[in-house]
Design a protein around this ligand. Structure first.
Ligand SMILES: Nc1nc2c(ncn2[C@@H]2O[C@H](COP(=O)(O)OP(=O)(O)O)[C@@H](O)[C@H]2O)c(=O)[nH]1
Ligand SMILES: [Mg+2]
Length: 195
């Protein structure tokens, strides 16, 4: 199909697709995050998932796994030629198999953390480690939540040194975008690589 600049739902040829998963415990801000960062109207759990089919095919996801489950879906393009597709998943342990399916074809993950419940992030980090996917931990700062220095958080999360940790407000585009840029940069130029 020919690209038309007036059609914001189609991307120019040559655009690189990057699928990422947004993980974290219930209530940590995943839906908010995907909504803030997405340049298209985000697709939410309560909406019909059939519209996702076209876009999902672009990133070669098995659509069968996504029709019956609850996800948030959004897209953000950078520099005109990198399209990041965000798939927000529920974080509860009982959804681990669904998250594993959602991770197929993903190039990385963003783990949202609420400092009031740091231990509820282990599951998400564990799934990304298991899948050997690069990931960034993003602390979503809620009012009244404890503030810890980065080193203490890294220790509490047992976060490897090469994994970026950022702080954000999931409701604010600038800070939400920074976390995504940190992840895309890490995916395209892994720490320690000479590329
Ligand atoms: N203060 C504050 N509230 C937030 C932030 N992110 C999300 N929330 C609120 O926290 C609640 C849960 O967020 P939601 O995105 O639904 O979490 P999810 O379960 O991970 O998808 C909602 O009421 C949001 O408005 C944030 O960065 N700061
Ligand atoms: Mg949600």
């Amino acid at each position: 199909m020919a690209y038309s600049a007036s059609d914001r739902h189609h991307l120019p040829p040559g655009t690189r697709s990057v699928k990422i998963v947004v993980l974290g415990a219930f209530g940590v801000g995943k839906t908010t995050y995907v909504g803030t960062v997405s340049e298209m109207r985000p697709l939410r759990t309560e909406e019909r998932l059939t519209r996702a089919g076209q876009v999902v095919d672009d990133v070669r996801v098995d659509t069968k796994t996504t029709t019956t489950v609850a996800i948030d879906f959004g897209r953000r393009t950078f520099g005109g030629d990198i399209a990041v597709y965000l798939f927000g998943a529920p974080g509860q342990p009982r959804f681990a198999d669904m998250i594993r399916s959602l991770m197929h074809g993903a190039l990385g993950g963003l783990v949202l953390v609420d400092t009031r419940n740091v231990d509820r992030s282990y599951e998400s980090i564990g799934l990304l480690e298991e899948a050997d996917l690069p990931y960034v931990v993003a602390v979503n700062t809620f009012p009244g939540a404890p503030v810890y220095p980065e080193e203490a958080l890294r220790e509490a999360l047992a976060l490897p040194d090469d994994r970026p940790l950022v702080f954000l407000d999931a409701r604010t585009l600038q800070s939400a975008k920074r976390a995504l840029i940190a992840l895309v940069t890490d995916i395209l130029h892994p720490a320690g690589s000479t590329a």
